[in-house]
Design a protein around this ligand. Structure first.
Ligand SMILES: Cc1cc2nc3c(=O)[nH]c(=O)nc-3n(C[C@H](O)[C@H](O)[C@H](O)COP(=O)(O)OP(=O)(O)OC[C@H]3O[C@@H](n4cnc5c(N)ncnc54)[C@H](O)[C@@H]3O)c2cc1C
Length: 466
């Protein structure tokens, strides 16, 4: 395999994309061209509306592969995107090289020091399974099908965020090939500027090949979901707005107004109607957690109540996010407050009597230890709640979903604050970066991007570089 990149690219007078593909096939083993079976597998996205169609997919097997790809891309002037699972696809990647990390699957748990080393292609489910025998927990998000590195580079707001903090606060080290093709290690003391930027900066500074994370001593949680009939929406949402405000930080909760389609894969009492799903994770003494949730259990008769002691490895059951690809429209906004007035507006907007095209509107309570972590590129620690609006882009309603999402976010504007979380978005580019990063954070990321990616190869950096 040739590593003489200049020879492979310099004398090539064909258009840059052709030259890049030719150089890649000479320098790297697993190069997948469009319309090959592996290309199709590696370009599957969980949101089918966000289909990706890169010039070529390179399935990297180590950091050297990543380095070669980035150097060839810089020499040919072709941008580079990165993916591990396709759960966070935001743009088509047209004309770009996609580095896919599925083969970077190392996973070692060090129970004595309570930490793990995790390759960039590993999903949370594998980490949770490997940690479970030791009674340890990695700070995952609501879905354990999501990639560890994609999640952590966006900060990571999980079902234990109030008790254990932002998930990227648990990162000890990143191994990253920066845009200039150099493998670097980033920790609090080694390349601390990169370490700052990788926790929230997504893929804007480099391709992470592995991450080292602290593990929490949490074999079990008292957690689950309580589903109420839409007819009880006003009482449930109003009570939750007051109750969540009083909840100690051992508890993390969200509430979702759901309109699940009338399909067999959903439990019978939940399909084809409006329901309210209260999600709850309590990391302290389960008996105290039971006391805490009692007030919500008493508001109305639940359709389903799954809150109980469960192994941490089963945490994905709390939100039970769907894993099959679907056509989705996603919108989110941050709130400073969610009191009874906001609750009433939400019920008016999406309760059982409302006309809405959304399948789910979720309000996640933030706060607690999320507020107190170290400075990093994740910028909105102070937000009190996040609203996530999810619509299905199915033919019957596709043309009204976006306008309906705007109707909801506009009505919640009196409680909204500027900004967005890096992980909860289905867009990319300048408008996205301006929303997610305040000016001083964007300026620092831009400076780092120029230093570590002088040729501007990384597609994800375009938002901050402008
Ligand atoms: C069902 C579901 C539930 C979710 N729940 C939560 C949640 O509770 N909390 C939360 O914070 N987020 C949540 N998310 C959002 C999720 O964390 C982001 O979409 C995340 O980017 C997915 O990462 P991925 O690697 O799985 O996806 P990919 O599509 O493979 O990657 C998405 C992006 O992550 C970055 N990235 C991936 N790999 C690398 C790498 N090796 N180096 C550098 N950057 C990389 C890149 O910017 C890339 O474009 C959820 C998403 C889904 C689909």
């Amino acid at each position: 395999m040739s590593t003489d990149l200049s020879a492979a690219t310099a004398a090539d007078l064909r258009p840059a994309p052709d030259a890049a593909v030719r150089a890649l096939t000479q320098a790297v083993a697993r190069v997948h061209l469009p319309d090959t079976p592996r290309y199709r597998e590696l370009t599957v996205t969980s949101n089918v509306v966000k289909a990706v169609r890169p010039l070529v997919v390179v399935e990297v097997v180590d950091a050297d592969d990543v380095s070669r790809v980035l150097r060839i891309a810089a020499a040919c002037g072709v941008p580079v995107a990165v993916a591990g699972t396709g759960h966070g696809a935001t743009e088509s990647m047209a004309g770009a090289i996609l580095i896919h990390t599925a083969a970077l699957d190392e996973l070692t748990v060090h129970p004595e020091g309570r930490w793990a080393r995790v390759g960039a292609g590993v999903r949370w489910a594998a980490v949770l399974a490997a940690c479970a025998p030791h009674g340890l927990a990695g700070l995952c998000g609501s879905s354990t099908d999501v990639g560890v590195v994609g999640f952590l580079t966006g900060g990571g707001v999980g079902p234990m965020v109030r008790s254990h903090g932002l998930s990227s606060d648990s990162v000890r080290a990143f191994d990253v090939v920066t845009g200039d093709g150099v493998l670097r290690r980033a920790t609090a003391t080694e390349n601390p500027d990169l370490f700052w930027g990788l926790r929230g900066g997504k893929g804007s500074l480099g391709v992470v090949t592995a991450v080292e994370i602290d593990l929490a001593d949490q074999a079990e949680v008292y957690a689950g979901s309580i589903w109420f009939d839409g007819a009880d929406a006003t009482a449930v949402v109003r009570t939750w707005s007051v109750w969540s405000d009083l909840l100690p930080t051992e508890g993390t909760t969200s509430l979702a107004v759901m309109r699940l389609p009338d399909m067999d894969e959903f439990p019978e009492p939940l399909r084809g109607r409006t329901t309210i799903a209260l999600r709850f994770t309590w990391t302290g003494d389960p008996a105290v957690g039971e006391e805490m949730i009692r007030a919500m259990r008493a508001v109305a008769t639940p359709l389903i109540d799954s809150v109980a002691v469960m192994p941490y490895a089963a945490l994905g059951a709390v939100h039970a996010d769907p894993e099959d690809p679907m056509p989705l429209h996603e919108t989110s906004l941050l709130l400073d407050d969610f009191g009874p007035d906001t609750a009433d507006v939400l019920v008016e907007l999406v309760g059982p009597a409302a006309q809405t095209a959304q399948a789910m509107v979720e309000v996640r309570q933030l706060g607690g230890r999320l507020r107190t972590g170290p400075d990093c590129a994740f910028a909105h620690r102070e937000a009190a709640y996040q609203v996530f609006v999810l619509g299905l882009m199915i033919p019957e309603i596709a043309q009204v979903v976006a306008a309906d999402a705007r109707r909801i976010t506009d009505a919640l504007a009196p409680w909204a604050r500027t900004g967005g979380l890096p992980n909860f978005t289905d867009t990319a580019g300048v408008a996205w970066a301006q929303r997610v990063y305040p000016p001083q954070v964007a300026a620092r990321l831009r400076e780092l991007s120029r230093a570590y990616d002088p040729a501007g190869v990384l597609l994800a950096a375009r938002g901050v570089r402008g």
